[in-house]
Design a protein around this ligand. Structure first.
Ligand code: FES
Length: 164
């Protein structure tokens, strides 16, 4: 993939080329490309004179950043203790079956990345799944297919709007 370096440059300019805005700049890059491409990090490093190793340290510290390409939709299944005892692993299996990927992988069409998390801090409503920041409480196997259908339908609707 060719990274649009002009976009990266505009994100840096938005924060007046300030080193202290590194996290905000990385957030903008992540939002634009769905991950942090190597070329973008290298450019930011050179442009702001921040060692690449320091940028990578920040990028790997925060879960919201990814150094690997992610799908359009990020599916996070909680496997913390409370969600685990309420069936979290079965929910994960169901997502893996429907999406035909294992946790940590992205679907071939780049639509979904499946991840797990240790706790989302809302244990009372488990098992919890988060997709693109939307929380799904008391998820069941049956709900998994309904949730995914909803996202697939939204994609189709969006494509329909683009064609019209
Ligand atoms: S264990 Fe899942 S939200 Fe806490």
């Amino acid at each position: 993939m060719n990274t649009d370096i002009q976009k990266v440059k505009s994100f840096i300019a938005k924060y007046h080329n300030q080193k202290k805005a590194l996290i905000s700049i990385l957030q903008d890059i992540q939002a634009e490309f769905n991950y942090l491409p190597q070329e973008a990090l290298k450019f930011t490093s050179d442009y702001l004179s921040i060692p690449l190793i320091d940028i990578v340290s920040v990028a790997t510290f925060y879960r919201s950043f990814s150094l690997k390409p992610r799908g359009k939709h990020l599916v996070t299944v909680c496997l913390g203790t409370a969600c685990h005892v309420r069936g979290g692993p079965k929910i994960l299996e169901e997502f893996e079956r429907h999406l035909n990927v294992q946790a940590g992988e992205t679907t071939k069409d780049n639509q979904f990345t499946l991840e797990t998390v240790a706790c989302l801090g809302c244990c009372a409503i488990g098992p919890v799944v988060v997709i693109d920041g939307n929380y799904y409480a008391q998820t069941t196997r049956r709900k998994v297919s309904l949730i995914l259908k909803d996202y697939t339908k939204k994609e189709k609707d969006n494509e329909g709007h683009k064609e019209n």
